[in-house]
Design a protein around this ligand. Structure first.
Ligand SMILES: Cc1ncc(COP(=O)(O)O)c(C=O)c1O
Length: 442
């Protein structure tokens, strides 16, 4: 507690001024260094893990900055601790308010609890139940409002005005950016030879802080931002050289589905970031499954985009040193995990649905299952349906869920079925969870 108090005292008048007029502020590496003792007091220095399997698939040595193991499940606690520590007694007395789809909410709630300060968080109505409950669990009052982060943000700003609460922005604030920068500092301590650092981008607070730290300590290390192709505002802004607003479509990486990068992090992104790329939903799902299966890490979609970029070869790897992927968060609703797994396994060709129309005669199902057994498909589930809509009289529909090895194995299964006299009726997009459809010839 004493260290914490000293760290707060050392927080300069300049940092306070920056906190009050974030847009006018300039951020320096020194601000990240000052944030270090404040952040360290509560947050973990998260591990940098190696993964042989991921390295083999990515074609270069890969290290995983496991921020999904951070307290509150994401890096957001870093910025929130730094921000709360920068507030005046009067600002603290009034209590803090934030808007968030989930991770910033938990970060601010814990930082406020540590400082003994009242905290309100406005979250969109559709926010993950697990994130809402976790935020309440840290003692915050949660108000649900609007359909999107932007609507929740406007409501939180209104409430701050009406009730005189101290607003804590998720990314558009230099004190928050400085806190997030401590993650970049840790990467440089643990992997001074990193050739590449991949950082998920939403509003840009995380990458701005990380890039400032990394380019100061290791100027030759490339820093690349990653977004979902469905929510590409920062990627478009980066390549168009000015901030643009691009509405976000639904994505597995909902934590970074922000319509416009923040004004405060933007100059740092322009100055220190080498490139911003996008990845497909398929690559995100594949990355999540791979991280769970191979690294035993549960990572949310937003946190997995860096690994997705490596798998999709969206970024040229350098020969200089390992690629570090920042796994920025691990807050996944447990009831979503099975859907993510299903999607990811389908992407990898490890899970295939099959619908086959068969004559309603003895032995037909056994014949079909024998073909699948001969090609090595492990049948997980069979549904035998006599009254499917549109099914001609005398036919049944069999729905099979099969475990396959990979996409080539799925292709081989389709070939063998055709050789055995089953006609291919419909082929889904490769890797989708739609069924492959066949009909038996009489
Ligand atoms: C898991 C995760 N990763 C990355 C980000 C992006 O952070 P920023 O908005 O600072 O770019 C967020 C933002 O909420 C997040 O929740």
């Amino acid at each position: 507690m004493i260290g914490y108090a000293i760290a707060i005292k050392h927080y300069t008048a300049k940092a306070r001024a920056m906190a009050r007029s974030p847009r006018a502020a300039v951020l320096h590496f020194l601000d990240i260094q000052k944030a270090l003792p404040i952040v360290r007091r509560v947050a973990h220095h998260t591990p940098l893990l190696s993964s042989q399997q991921l390295s083999a698939q990515a074609g270069c040595p890969v290290l995983l900055k496991a921020e999904c193991l951070q307290r509150t499940g994401s890096f957001k606690i870093r910025g929130a601790l730094n921000k709360v520590a920068s507030l005046t007694e009067e600002e603290l007395r009034r209590g803090v308010i934030a808007a968030s789809a989930g991770n910033h909410a938990q970060g601010v709630a814990l930082a406020a609890r540590e400082a003994g300060v009242a905290c309100t968080v406005v979250m969109p109505v559709g926010a993950s139940l697990a994130k809402v409950e976790a935020t309440r669990g840290y003692g915050a009052t949660v108000a649900l409002h609007g359909d999107s982060f932007d609507q929740a943000l406007r409501r939180a700003q209104e409430l701050a005005q009406e009730q005189g609460l101290t607003f804590v922005h998720a990314f558009d604030d230099p004190v928050i950016v400085a806190g997030q920068g401590t993650l970049g500092w840790e990467i440089c301590q643990d992997a001074p030879d990193a050739g590449l650092v991949l950082v998920p981008v939403g509003g840009g607070g995380l990458i701005a802080g990380v890039a400032l730290a990394v380019k100061t300590l290791s100027p030759r290390t490339r820093v690349i931002g990653v977004q979902a192709a469905s929510a590409p505002a920062a990627e478009r802004s980066f390549h168009g050289r000015r901030r643009v607003r691009v509405p976000a479509a639904p994505t597995l990486a909902d934590g970074i589905a922000i319509a416009e990068p923040g004004a405060t992090p933007w100059p740092l992104v322009r100055r220190y970031v080498d490139d911003v790329v996008t990845v497909s939903e398929e690559a995100i799902a594949h990355a999540q499954v791979l991280l769970l299966e191979r690294a035993k890490l549960l990572v949310e979609g937003a946190g997995a985009v860096g690994v997705a970029a490596l798998l999709e070869r969206a970024v040229p790897v350098t020969a200089r040193g390992p690629a570090v992927a920042v796994l920025s968060g691990g807050n996944v609703d447990l009831n979503l995990v099975s859907r993510i797994l299903e999607h990811g396994l389908a992407q990898a060709g490890r899970y295939q649905l099959l619908e086959v129309a068969l004559p309603d005669r003895p032995g037909q199902l056994a014949r079909l299952l024998a073909v699948l057994a001969a090609v090595g498909v492990n049948v997980l589930d069979v549904d035998h349906i006599r009254n499917a809509p549109g099914l001609p009289f005398g036919q049944v529909m069999v729905e099979i869920t099969g475990e396959t090895r990979n996409q080539e194995h799925v292709g081989e299964m389709a070939r063998r079925l055709q050789e055995a006299g089953y006609v291919l009726v419909a082929v889904p997009v490769p890797g989708s969870t739609e069924p492959l459809q066949f009909a038996a010839t009489e």
